[in-house]
Design a protein around this ligand. Sequence first.
Ligand code: ADE
Length: 253
Amino acid sequence: MRIDVVSLFPEFIAQCAGFGVVGRAQERKLLALHGWNPRDHAEGNYRRVDDRPFGGGPGMVMMIEPLQACLAAARAADPAPPHVIYLTPQGAPLTQARVRELAARPRLVLLCGRYEGVDERLVASAVDEEISIGDYVLSGGELAAAVVIDAVARLQEGALNDAESATQDSFEADGLLDCPHFTHPASHALGEVPAVLRSGDHAAIARWRRQQALGRTWLRRPELLDEAGLSRTDRALLEAFRQEACQTVPKKA
Ligand code: ADE
C-alpha cells in the first residue's frame, strides 16, 4: 500500500517509520511512504503556511492554499485515488476494526495539522475522514499519523514474521484484550509461570488463554464484552474467572 503524509515535519514521520515492523514493511515493498511539505507549496519569501484566526483568539490556523497545492501534488504522484484522512482530536476514535479497513485500502493520504488546526473549508472540501487517536491534544497530527502508519503497516500481508502473528493481538480475537504472556525462566523471584502453560496440553493452554483474555477484558475494559458475541463456553469460562477473582485478594490481572 502507498501512504502519502502531508506535514510540516515529513522527516519526523520518515524517522518514526524507519524501525522494526514498519521499517521492514518498507524494505519488503509492502509499504511505500512519501512525505509532502506544504511549505514547499507556499508563496512568497517567507513561505507562509499559517495565519491568524478570523474572529480573534490565540494561535494560528493552517491556510488553504499551501495545503491545497500540496495535496494536489501528492494526489498526482500516483494514479490510485487516495482516501484522505485528517488527524485531529475532533475525529472519530481509531479502533482496530477501523485499522483493518484502512489497511485494506491501496492508498491513504494523511493530513497532519499544526497550530490550532486547518482552515475548515479545506477540511470540508478535501478530507474524506477525520480520525483521533485518543481524547488528548497533541501539538500536531504527526504522532497520530505515525500511529496510523504503524497499525496499518503491520497488517500488510507478509509484514509480520510467523512469530509475530497479529491474530492473537488485543482486539483481534473478538475484540477482547490479549491474555498475559510469559517466557523463561519458569521459576523466578518475581513468580512462577502458570503450570498449565508448561503442561504441553494444547487444548488446556488454549482454554486458559481464552479465559484470561475474557477475564482481563472484564476487569479492565468491561464495555468491550458487550460487543464480543460470547459463546456459552466463553460465558462459563468467564464465570469461573469471576468466581475465582471474588475469592482471591484483589490484584492486578
Ligand atoms: N492532533 C492533535 N491531537 C490529536 C489526536 N488526539 N488525535 C489525532 N490527531 C491529533
